[in-house]
Design a protein around this ligand. Structure first.
Ligand code: PLP
Length: 433
């Protein structure tokens, strides 16, 4: 990018419309990030409410008047303010633990819009979910089915269930975020599904209402979804022949976003392809459910960090920054790419070094970006883009580092929606015998 052009008029980094440079300064909506960094400190996550709303509206525009429930896959970002934003938009929630259930109930979510996924649901979690009356359990094994039946019977209640089927399709994504292959721990093998539905029909305390799959994350093609859909519709046909009628079909989440140069999978493209197949196969009356996480929040957030030290060695140029793998683990875990945006654009095109941005944590895996052509100074503040999903939620206290603050921007106002974790926060619960 030419600096002269960029200074002349406001512009947004590609794929990132709610963040923009004006006079060389990076803004989230109408809020200048340098001011937030100065007042809140770094590392600090900043989210744009308008970006979240726009991502939500992309789904709603694709859905139109059809009967589709969007359940935000809240493990992507579960800050109460983010959840409250989704609740206010009318979203349902896809939860994977009793802790997540408690979070969404805290912001007043409607249990009838909550689906409960996850391979390892414990008895207390199942009990809580039955008591509040969640829409559906997405059941991942025959053993879990029996456990839910027992818990529901003991409570003299009925649990509504759906089986999470593993359709054995390759989502063509990173192996750690692929979930729909035979070798993955998730779901019930599609060949065993009929038998498991028949078991469900005989167990007390259960009402079978749906079928579910979630084949992976950061998927950028429609083909894996259509493969899965085809297999699930064939299963629904078989179930019907065997006297088991379903009310809903849940195709999970997984839509990919733009991190580097990926073409994101637009909800309109995917949903229209799905609707076409559903209508052709005569299932227009099935309620559809989607569980998107990343595609609703990923591009809505950045992680601000300050350059501590520059270190030029024979093999590498390092920028040692104040954010590490404990704050944002995606690069270490998935070799993920996050763009690096200076808060203050350099006045001239001086970028002569390829830098590795590394954190202070004592691990060689502690890097956030590699080999980026940048012009860096010590004390300079940077923003790692597309950090709204699977960022803060995966943060931990490794090396006794407090987790970052979180800020939600709404136009020219912003709020700290989570304070930086203190030493006292970190040792709470520890004691000397
Ligand atoms: C993680 C997860 C999601 C959300 O996935 P994204 O890739 O973030 O859209 C949805 N459903 C289930 C069951 C999940 O585990």
């Amino acid at each position: 990018m030419s600096v002269l052009n960029t200074l002349a008029q406001p512009f947004s980094p590609a794929g990132f419309p709610h963040f923009h440079y004006d006079q060389g300064q990076l803004f989230a909506e109408g809020s200048k990030l340098a001011e937030i960094a100065q007042q809140v400190g770094t590392p600090c996550y900043v989210y744009s409410k308008a970006a979240i709303t726009q991502a939500w509206q992309a789904y709603q525009a694709a859905i139109g008047t059809r009967r589709v429930l969007v359940c935000y896959g809240m493990k992507a970002n579960s800050n109460l303010s983010i959840l409250n934003t989704f609740r206010a938009l009318g979203s349902g929630f896809d939860i994977v633990s009793g802790g997540e259930l408690a979070r969404v109930l805290k912001v007043g979510a409607d249990p009838k819009k909550i689906v409960f996924s996850g391979v390892g649901k414990q008895t207390w979690e199942i009990e809580h979910a039955i008591k509040v009356g969640v829409k559906c359990f997405n059941v991942e094994s025959a053993s879990e089915l029996k456990r839910i039946s027992q818990v529901a019977s003991a409570l003299k209640a009925t649990a509504t269930i759906s089986l999470r089927v593993n359709p054995d399709v390759d989502a063509q994504t990173h192996p750690y975020i692929s979930t729909g292959l035979k070798e993955n721990k998730f779901g019930i093998a599609i060949e065993d599904a009929l038998q498991t539905y028949q078991l469900a029909a005989t167990l007390p305390g259960l009402q079978v209402v749906g079928v579910d799959c979630h084949i992976g994350s950061q998927i950028t093609e429609t083909a894996p979804y259509l493969d899965a859909l085809d297999k699930l519709l064939a299963l629904i046909d078989t179930l019907k022949e065997n006297g088991i009628a379903l009310k809903h079909l849940d195709l999970g989440g997984g839509l990919g976003i733009r991190y580097d140069d990926e073409t994101p999978l637009a909800p309109s493209l995917l949903l229209s392809a799905i609707f076409t197949v559903i209508d052709q196969r005569g299932y227009s009356d099935l309620e559809l459910v989607f569980e998107p996480g990343r595609s609703l929040v990923g591009n809505a957030g950045v992680l601000m960090t300050t350059v501590q030290y520059l270190k030029h060695t024979e093999a590498r140029n390092f920028a040692i920054i104040d954010a590490g793998m404990n704050d944002l683990i995606r690069p270490a875990l998935y070799q993920a790419w996050h763009g690096v945006l200076p808060l203050d654009l350099p006045k001239a095109e001086l970028a002569t070094h390829h830098y590795d941005l590394v954190g202070p944590v004592c691990e060689s895996a502690d890097w956030l970006a590699k080999q980026r052509l940048l012009d860096l100074q010590e004390d300079q503040v940077l923003a790692l883009d597309s950090a709204g999903a699977y960022g803060f939620v995966m943060a931990c206290n490794y090396n006794t580092r407090g987790r970052p603050a979180e800020v939600l921007v709404d136009g020219s106002t912003w709020h700290i929606i989570r304070t930086r974790e203190t030493f006292e926060d970190m040792i709470r619960g520890e004691s000397l015998p």
